[in-house]
Design a protein around this ligand. Structure first.
Ligand SMILES: Cc1ncc(COP(=O)(O)O)c(C=O)c1O
Length: 396
């Protein structure tokens, strides 16, 4: 009998009861806007910021409307403006070059290695091209952060980390988002905490933090923040920083606070699933598993493997056969952006020179979500299906 999988790759877990209770309390009192506070009340959003700053060891934290908004705000806050070049990954998703384009700046793409991380030799070669790097930890893969920071420090490059896929991850024990000048996270439904939409920004730099608060739309109410610098810092920047509203609201913050408290447990559960799938795929002819560096603490909320140097029609055949058995795989080799996949040459508003070595890697990347609604047995079944179908196509 041919086994098929009938689960959903897009079904996340329900919002925890504690978060639902907290959301109901906000709905009942009606003060959803972050600055709408009763006497003595601190507010869910300000508390969320205080707690996330403590969790990541950051001095400052700002909660905003989305991860993409956090990225654009970080760019503005470090002084990127129209016409500026910003280094970024060739292997990432549309919100990253989109954030760069949203401030009128210009992405300069840096290649991807077979480890699915930014090509540090290519970065070193292009380091003179820009003074900011928006580093995307795409699909949760952390590059050698020590070497990356060395390259950037030597070249005077400010690093903004896109941690949409690395909330809860770490490099040598340092939480992802804490090596660059700014770390940006997404709280959108498919990420590691779920408020539908939402973003968080952390930094240790008081001026970046103050500008970010002003940019997000603080109406000069910055003293209601619990994880922002003191008023004297705002005095220096408040007349020169525009309001580009994109605040988080108390309802979303209420949903997020209990989820952040449970993050470590969730990371363990994700990694149990990831490791079951990885073990099931290891040794499949024609398939390359991505080895994770020892320094990396990752969050296995998705898994990638390579069908390196396969003909496009063979890749498509393997994907079709897996899909027929209920296993949804995404491919970064497709010339047209589909759903959540796209590649550097899909973004035609941004110039790019061909990168043959990266094209070879991108043409082989297969990507799969691992929602926590999958049981460990589901993960074993999914791995058996991929192994059988990829193996069959590879041999044919
Ligand atoms: C790599 C990456 N960066 C940034 C974002 C932006 O997050 P948001 O959807 O919250 O704007 C996403 C979202 O999909 C993403 O995948």
């Amino acid at each position: 009998m041919t086994e098929t999988f009938s689960g959903s790759f897009t079904q996340q877990e329900p919002i925890p009861d504690e978060a639902i209770e907290a959301a109901l309390a906000v709905l009942r009192h009606g003060r959803l806007h972050r600055y709408n506070l009763a006497k003595g009340e601190l507010g869910e959003t300000a508390l969320l910021e205080q707690e996330f700053a403590a969790q990541t060891g950051a001095r400052y934290c700002l909660a905003v409307a989305s991860g993409g908004y956090a990225l654009a705000t970080a760019l503005r806050a470090v002084g990127v403006g129209p016409g500026d070049a910003v280094l970024t990954n060739a292997f990432t998703l549309a919100p990253v070059p989109g954030a760069i384009a949203s401030v009128g700046a210009r992405p300069v793409f840096v290649g991807v290695t077979e480890s699915l991380t930014i090509d540090l030799d290519d970065l070193a070669a292009k380091a003179g091209a820009a003074r900011v790097l928006m580093l995307s930890h795409m699909r949760g893969h952390l590059c050698d952060m020590d070497r990356l920071m060395q390259i950037c420090d030597d070249a005077g490059i400010t690093v903004i980390e896109d941690c949409a896929h690395t909330m809860g991850a770490a490099w040598n024990g340092v939480p992802s988002g804490r090596q660059g000048a700014v770390g940006c996270y997404s709280c959108q439904t498919y990420k590691h905490v779920n408020s539908g939409e939402g973003g968080l920004l952390v930094t240790d730099d008081e001026e970046i933090a103050a500008r970010a608060v002003m940019l997000s739309g603080s109406y000069m109410l910055y003293e209601r923040h619990l994880a922002a610098p003191g008023p004297e810092v705002f005095e220096r920047i408040k007349y020169h920083t525009p309001n580009i509203s994109g605040r988080m609201d108390n309802l979303r913050a209420a949903i997020l606070r209990p989820q952040l408290r449970a993050l470590d447990t969730q990371v363990t559960r994700w990694n149990e699933r990831y490791q079951r799938i990885e073990a099931g795929l290891r040794g499949t002819p024609g398939l390359t598993v991505i080895e994770r560096p020892e320094a990396e603490t990752y969050v296995g909320s998705s898994i990638q493997f390579l069908l390196l140097d396969w003909a496009a029609d063979k890749v498509q055949e393997a994907l079709r056969r897996c899909a027929a058995r209920g296993v949804e795989l995404k491919w970064f080799g497709t010339p047209e952006p589909v759903g959540f996949t796209s590649r550097y040459d899909s973004w035609r508003y941004a110039e790019s020179a061909p990168m043959p070595a990266s094209d070879r890697v991108l043409a082989g990347i297969i990507d799969m979500r691992v929602p926590l609604t999958f049981s460990l047995e589901d993960c074993d079944l999914i791995a058996r299906i991929i192994r059988a179908e990829v193996g069959a196509v590879h041999q044919s």
